[in-house]
Write a protein that binds this ligand. Sequence first.
Ligand code: PLP
Ligand code: COI
Length: 342
Amino acid sequence: MVTMEKANIDWVNLGFGYYKTDKRFVSNYKDGKWDEGILTTDENVVMNESAGVLQYAQTCFEGMKAYTTADGSVVVFRPDLNAKRMYDTAQRLEMPPYPEDKFVEAVCEVVKANLKFVPPYGTGASLYLRPYMFGSSPVLGVKPANEYQFRIFASPVGPYFKGKPITIKVSDFDRAAPRGTGHVKAGLNYAMSLHAIVTAHNEGYAENLYPDALTRTKVEETGGANFFFVTKDNKIITPKSSTILPSITRRSLMYVAKEYLGLETEEREVYLSELGDFAECGLCGTAAVISPVGKIVDHGKEICFPSGMEKMGTISKKLYDTLTGIQMGRIDAPEGWIKKIV
Ligand code: PLP
Ligand code: COI
């Protein structure tokens, strides 16, 4: 049980945005090695004008959350998987991977140093953790930088999508090229999605469904979350593709569906042409948690899920309650899923 004074924040009405907290972690890579790293109060980054990140977008990131549980502890959900995914991302981007054990240690340090910003239990908010890494030394020819910085900051956040089921559109833009970087968490994947998301928002949609870039017939993911679908006989389906980000929430959800709820699960290719057959559709991710999708618009064709536009479908709700129950300590977690900080 942690009793500590909390920051004066309207937790219940928090949106998903940057909020400056007290301490962040910084480690530098120079002469072929990472230094020990320190916690600092300085939220600004100063670097050379020709840094790799500024010229050729050599940057990647992660996202995870710390929660206050029902018994007042503070925990982080599966940070080892974020550490591993960032390791893989760094390798794909020719960046020196940050050691996985040090990553988890640094995450714990940042949460501990910002305990007053961990939203209280029952507010629906959490402390979002953003580890990231970038090329900090100058480059002019196209090549990887020699020096890097790894940082983690924390920001209290509320829901990414507010309230009711969302309407999304099938995007005319591509997110990830075949054999590209869609399967890793590179900043460039998000830079190229900005025009698509602004376009979607201007047209009144909450997000984009990106089809596979090669055939444009299969469902991949949205700009910031994976999909799951519920069939009319309560099977959970998630798209299989080598160009989507392997979501930790999705992997956890599929396990929970099978092992906690006894539902059949399958990861397979999902065609746009079969969307009308599903009973429920949802997005899953750290920021999105489980967000219901009520409608998908595919170039004028409306696919309305039977679960409707008012509330989450029955099975999505069960998945949501079980997964968040595990994260908030109301339901026993599988071994190794919960990293207790205090
Ligand atoms: N897909 C994309 C493109 C994302 O940005 C995210 C967010 O991290 C996800 C999926 C969900 O992944 P996770 O559940 O690991 O947060
Ligand atoms: C996350 O869920 O952590 C992400 O990185 C997605 C982004 C939309 C905030």
